[in-house]
Design a protein around this ligand. Structure first.
Ligand code: SF4
Length: 235
């Protein structure tokens, strides 16, 4: 209904009624503007998928610093991931305590390691069909699309865009996916919009933008994307 509350733009971005899937040319302009602001980050894939899975679990609801402290204590305190898998959950919890929520993360890590299989081998995912890889990873206990995408992009530089709170907030404001889209839908839209060779750069620069300017209360006056952003134009 024209003029109704659903048709107005707000700090979240375009309304559902206004939204149209953006053209790839617009997405490339956003990429270029972010590149001018933050540079072009280089991905250095480490080819350690289990490490990435564990790090992503540890990263929930904590800072990068505390995640890294928990990860170092866990990986340094056990000989290998099989030893972590077989350890009492209390031992894992003690090791990862600096990362917070250790009582939730320890059983999750143990459950994921157990579900990987006796051989503890995920190297086959590097060359697996993308859908098959995502299906396998998201079938692991407590692993969602974001974690699966992190494993793909940081382990092997496979084209994925993990949609975390920053990417979701900015993507919504820029109208890259439908307002109030599920995280699942946002992942599908983003991967369809961004050129595969740009996915790591796009992801990293959106996160940086979300931390620096496009915060929950955005600093649109200082933002290089303002003229191509529905929220920025209105503010
Ligand atoms: S103009 Fe920039 S800071 Fe403001 S909402 Fe848009 S992207 Fe975020």
């Amino acid at each position: 209904m024209a003029g109704g509350p659903g048709s107005r733009r707000n700090a979240s971005g375009p309304s559902r009624a206004d939204w149209a899937r953006p053209r790839k040319a617009r997405v490339r302009r956003i990429r270029d503007r972010l590149r001018e602001m933050y540079g072009r980050p280089l991905n250095l894939p480490h080819r350690m998928p289990i490490d990435e899975l564990v790090r992503t679990i540890l990263s929930q609801a904590t800072s990068d610093l505390n995640r890294d402290r928990a990860y170092e204590r866990l990986s340094g305190g056990f000989d290998d991931w099989a030893e972590v898998r077989d350890a009492p959950v209390e031992e894992i919890e003690r090791a990862i305590r600096p990362g917070g929520l250790s009582n939730q993360k320890a059983p999750r890590i143990k459950a994921v390691l157990r579900a990987i299989g006796e051989d503890m081998d995920l190297d086959w995912l590097e060359t697996a069909d993308r859908d098959q890889a995502i299906e396998f990873l998201t079938a692991l206990p407590g692993v969602g699309r974001k974690t699966a995408a992190c494993v793909q992009v940081f382990t092997w530089d496979r084209p994925e865009i993990p949609v975390d709170v920053h990417v979701y907030r900015i993507g919504g404001r820029l109208g890259l996916f439908r307002p109030n889209a599920s995280f699942e839908e946002a992942h599908d839209e983003m991967i369809g919009l961004v050129d595969p060779c740009d996915s790591y750069e796009f992801h990293m620069n959106l996160i940086r933008h979300g931390r620096e300017l496009c915060r929950p209360t955005p600093k649109c006056g200082a933002c290089g994307l303002r003229r191509m952003c529905p929220v920025g134009r209105e503010r």
